[in-house]
Design a protein around this ligand. Sequence first.
Ligand code: F6P
Length: 319
Amino acid sequence: MKKIGVLTSGGDSPGMNAAIRAVVRKSIFHDMEVYGIYNGYQGLIDGNIKKMEIGSVGDIIQRGGTILYTARSDEFRTEEGREKAIAQLKKFGIEGLIVIGGDGSFRGAEKLTQKGYPCIGVPGTIDNDIPGTDFTIGFDTALNTVIEAIDKIRDTATSHERTYVVEVMGRHAGDLALWAGLADGAESILIPEHADDFEDVIERLKRGKDRGKKHSIIVLAEGVGSGMDFGQRIKDATNLETRVTVLGHTQRGGSPTAADRVLASRLGAKAVDLLLEGKAGRVVGIQNNKLVDHDILEILDEEHQVDFQMYELSKQLSI
Ligand code: F6P
């Protein structure tokens, strides 16, 4: 393999730039040409493709977002769109593709692999919802953004003796809420993988109040429902002064943590190694601190699991 392409797709995540840098530098190290495809699969269809050099990825390891930009392409979901993308790959002589993104992006990579274009997926999403890897690129940074925000909310919650509902991202996954809730000592954590236990939340709030607690923090994963609605339900049930904060897209930005930079560098380089070994249709990951790769179809078929032991622990520690 002499020419490969790299793109980022779906929601961005901090550390994607470090992954792009690793792909570019590792490819050049192995005497391959590497092409940056801008704006995800839409850019591939449109031929928005440029050759990358060593310097193209200088000074980006510490930057959030993605220098290749990203998009969610409806056109690529059609057979016609994918034919156009393949025509561009042929035009540029690109023999293999590295796709940095989440499960939606891997679906596209799988379709291209089926058509004879070897693709490797690199998990980049703040949601941490990709099976076959303990962590996705961007999760650690987003988690730190969330806990920094909750620490600040806690100050004002204490001063005013209020209850706060903090809604965090994660789409259908509860990892961000669970880890943030545990790291922040939240009174309750609500995740989509576990049935909404409203009575338990109310019980904990009342217990806390009875023993003189000044404030309460409830972390709610967006997959459970609206933070605003949940806050209203709490107010109605307890009469406690309640406020709601939706952290939103602040969770997707910012300079990646050391953990995300290292993870992105390792996974990006591993993806290049797999292409060099002639592999196709794989997703790289990290399990027990070892680099691994799995069949992309297995990853797409499998359901992401949260750590229920952590969930139980959070309940035991916030009695
Ligand atoms: O998948 C990443 C993510 O940030 C989810 O946590 C969230 O639900 C979604 O993307 C938001 O998407 P958009 O940026 O299109 O609003």
